[in-house]
Each structure stands twice: as C-alpha cells, then as structure tokens.
Design a protein around this ligand. Structure first.
Ligand code: ADP
Ligand code: ASP
Ligand code: MG
Length: 482
C-alpha cells in the first residue's frame, strides 16, 4: 500500500479536489490511503477567529466564520448528488457547532490550548468529509476514517506527541480491512485525540506527520506528499523563484532542512519514515507528471557544495550573561534546565564561559522563562531574527566552505548575530535580521547553486519573493510591508 497526503492547496476547491481524485485513481492498484489537510488558509482563519472571540471581538469572529461557511459549501461536489447531501448536512452541523464554541469562548474571554485544538481541528474534519464525498461522487470507493479514533497522542494540546503503540494498533485494526475490500480510506491529517478521546493536534503543518505515521504503521511502500511546488527545492521558491528541484535527497539532509524552515515538510515527518526506511516523494498536484523529489536513506552525491538553503523567520534571540558566581558548568546546566522546565526548545545555541545565546521561535510566550533566567544573570531578548541554514553532507571535512559562506554575506553587507556549524556536520547555520533573509538567500543561492552565466538580473520581486518579510528601515529597524 501507499499513503497519499494532499496539502491545503491540493484540496482548496472543487477543481483541486477533482484533480486529487484523478491522481488517486492513477495509483489505485497500489492501494492508497489518502490523508488530507484543511483547505488552504482555513487553519489560519480558524486561529484568527478563535483569538478574535477570546479578545471580545465576537462579531469579527462570526464574520470570518461566514466566509468559511460559504467556502466549504461551495467546495461540496455536485450538490444534487445524494452523498453530497449527507456531506452538506455534516458540514453545516460542524460549522454550527463551531459557532456555538466561538460564542462560548467570547463569553468566557478565554482560549485554552484544549479549546484551540477543538477549533483548529475543524478544518481537517470539514475537508476530509468534503473530499471523501467528492471522491465517491467521482467514482472512487472512498471510506471516511475518523483520524481521532486512530491517531492517539498525549495531552500536549496544539503540539501533541503521538503514542505510537496505541496508534499503530488502531491503524492496523481500522485500515487493512478497507484496503482489502478495495476501498480508498480518506483520513484527516493534523488531528488526533488522547486515549480518553479528547481532540488534539500535531502542531502546525502536521498533516505530513499524520501521513508518515500511517505509512509507518502499515509498512507503506512509499509516502507521497502532494503540494503546490515541484518538490523539495534548493530553497523556498517563494523566497527566491530561481530555486531548483532536488531529484533525490537523503533523510538526514531533508530532516535538517525541514527543521530549519523548509515548510514543504513538517519536521517530524521523517521520524517514522526513517524508522521503517520508507521513501517519501514530494510531488506537485498542479503538475502531477513531474518527477518531484524522492527522500530516502541514501542519495547520490550532490553536484553542488550544498543540497539546499532553508530559512526560518520569526525567531527570537535570548542572551543570558552569567555573573560568574555559578562557574561555567553550573551556569550552562541551570540555563538548560530552565529551558526544559518551560518546554522551550532551543534551535541554535552558542556559548562562552560567561554567556549563552539561544534562538527560540517568537511564537512561544516566553515571559515565565525570562523571569526564571533573570535569576541566573542578565537577560536580553530580541525579536525579528531569522535562522538561515545551508545543508549538505558533502561539506563534511572540506576546508574553506564556512569562509565562503560568510564572505558572501559580508560582501552583501549582512550582519551575522550567531553562527553554528551543526553537530551533525551537515549544516552551517547562522542568525541574521529577518529583513535580510531574501538578500542573504539570493546571494548564497547564486554563490553555491548557479553557474555565473545563468544568474538572473536582480529584480525587486526576485529579491522580496512573494513572502511577507519586513524590509529593513533606517538603522536596521524593521518595517512591515504587505
Ligand atoms: P501544503 O499545504 O501542501 O502542506 P505548505 O504550504 O505547507 O503546503 O508547504 C509548501 C510550501 O513550502 C511551498 O509553497 C513553499 O513556499 C514552501 N517551501 C519552503 N521551503 C521549501 C523548499 N526547500 N522546497 C519547496 N518548498 C518549500
Ligand atoms: N491545516 C494544518 C495547518 O495549516 C495542518 C497542515 O496543513 O498540515 O497547520
Ligand atoms: Mg504543509
């Protein structure tokens, strides 16, 4: 069997869903299990409406909900069909219940992580219902499977950790009979539940992870991730459109890229795939014939020094200076114990005897952590930073590579705040201002991936890409641009 995961843009409307059905049909002999994300942008809208309701803006939340209602009803395939009618009733009931929850959140003025999961999971519950009904109307024998009854997690709401033994047991009980009956199971990605049935989610972008969990449980021949780009690219094509498709990449390199910001793959996706040695294919649902990228245990040597460049904006750098009284060992231990106590994962770390700098995602509230760290020494936290990471296992043992990375940045007048050559020796990472990311990526891509003559003339669009990235204002101040 194989697992086919369709991302948000691959199920964004009736046309995309019909294309997905054709793609599934083309692999029907391989016994696919289909995993779907919420329709593009829906999880963001759900989060926005939850936050609006919690801060007393119920009218705004309900306005967003009306938009979502229109969009989902429009995505229902051939409303005259009877199965679509059943699907419509489910969609309406789910949206009505969401409306009640939003009113409750507004009345209490509080949004707990548990309620957040309840609200965010609605996107995948709706899309899986709509997709399975459309597949059935288009002639596939689709069977909707409730992911909350199969994927079991702990209770870390909004970032739940799968309990693999329970999950594997349930998936093995639920899915093989459907496959044996030549049915196509359709499951929501991203959502799960605790052993007591309380809904959870696997963290943003987590549908890829769901697909890998299913693939590993059923020993899939491969896992296909259908998305809106040609595969895993040498950098984010929205950041730099000249990015090139990578044909084959190793698990280790893909894992570093995903961890350091290549959003095309949720970082945890590789864990079950590596364990069972299952190849992952990243494919473009807008161009299904394209070969995409194969991620597998062994990849041929890269023709370029690095395999790819990833960038992770939205980072915060926390600097902690020790008053020396703890000594270097005691100080480092106390700092990392604080991070652990507050559940904060550090991305890059650099240390000296008396100070430590650590990067963290700005999305996490870290006030309690900062209060704790303040007891150890002088603490400073700066937002608006980004990690850029160059990944390639052929850099191991090669001299002068780091020098040419930092020469390239210096020539572009880009200031580097922190540097780390990854412990696995397959990456070089550094921290810069968020607003410098497009220029840094462009210069590094030109230096390491493009022969002289093929370099494009710089244009404003190429430099800024299609991404919302703050532009550096005077004296390095960031200016948000739309
Ligand atoms: P989906 O909804 O299909 O899961 P995502 O938006 O989560 O899609 O991931 C696809 C996006 O990942 C692409 O549109 C692209 O902008 C971004 N991306 C970031 N880094 C890379 C990379 N190295 N290769 C390909 N895409 C990348
Ligand atoms: N819909 C979820 C999100 O936007 C999960 C996913 O798309 O993978 O984060
Ligand atoms: Mg995704």
């Amino acid at each position: 069997m194989i697992v086919m995961k369709f991302g948000g843009t691959s199920v964004e409307d009736t046309r995309a869903i019909a294309t997905a059905a054709e793609i599934v049909l083309s692999r029907i002999e391989e016994r696919p299990v289909v995993v779907v994300s919420a329709m593009a942008g829906v999880t963001d809208s759900l989060l926005a409406m939850a936050r609006a309701a919690a801060s007393g803006r119920l009218g705004e939340a309900l306005r967003v909900l009306r938009g979502l209602r229109r969009r989902h009803l429009a995505a229902l395939y051939s409303p005259a069909d009877e199965s679509a009618d059943v699907a419509r009733q489910h969609v309406v009931a789910r949206l009505d219940s969401l409306q009640d929850i939003l009113r409750g959140v507004a009345a209490l003025g509080e949004l707990t992580p548990r309620t957040t999961d309840h609200i965010l999971g609605t996107g995948e519950l709706l899309s899986s219902r709509i997709v399975s009904a459309a597949f059935a109307a288009l002639g596939l024998d689709a069977a909707l499977v409730d992911a909350r009854e199969c994927i079991v997690t702990d209770a870390t709401h909004t970032n739940a950790v799968p309990l693999f033994d329970w999950t594997t047991e349930r998936l093995r009980r639920r899915l093989p009979p459907l496959l044996a009956g030549r049915q196509v199971p359709v499951m929501a990605g991203y959502i799960a539940a605790t052993i007591d049935g309380v809904p959870t989610t696997l963290g943003r972008g987590g549908s890829d992870f769901s697909a890998a969990i299913v693939g590993a449980a059923l020993n899939a021949k491969r896992i296909e991730i259908w998305t809106d780009v040609e595969g895993m690219m040498t950098t984010d094509p929205r950041l730099y459109p000249q990015a090139q498709r990578i044909e084959v990449i190793g698990f280790d390199e893909a894992s570093e890229l995903a961890y350091f910001g290549a959003k095309v793959l949720h970082p945890a996706t590789l864990i079950p795939a590596v364990e069972k040695n299952i190849p992952i294919h990243v494919l473009n649902s807008r161009n299904p014939e394209s070969a995409g990228t194969c991620i597998r245990a062994r990849a041929p040597r890269s023709r370029t020094t690095f395999r790819a460049i990833a960038a992770k904006p939205g980072m915060k750098v926390v600097n902690i200076k020790s008053p020396r009284k703890l000594g270097a060992n005691g100080f480092l231990r106390a700092v990392f114990e604080s991070f652990e106590r507050h559940g904060c994962a550090a991305d890059l770390v650099s240390t000296s005897e008396v100070s430590v700098s650590v990067t963290l995602s700005s999305a996490h509230g870290i006030d309690p952590l900062l209060a704790d760290l303040n007891k150890l020494g002088e603490v400073e936290a700066e937002d608006g930073k980004a990690i850029v990471c160059l990944v390639g296992k052929d850099i191991r043992g090669r001299v002068g590579i780091a020098a040419s990375v930092f020469d390239t940045l210096a020539a572009a007048n880009i200031n580097v705040h922190m540097i780390s050559q990854g412990a696995s020796e397959i990456n070089i990472g550094f921290v810069i201002e968020e607003c410098d990311v497009p220029e840094a990526v462009r210069k590094l891509h030109q230096r390491f991936f493009e022969p002289e003559k093929q370099r494009p003339a710089p244009t404003l669009r190429a430099v800024r890409g299609g991404l919302r990235m703050p532009r550096c204002g005077p004296a390095g101040a960031a200016v948000e641009v739309g």
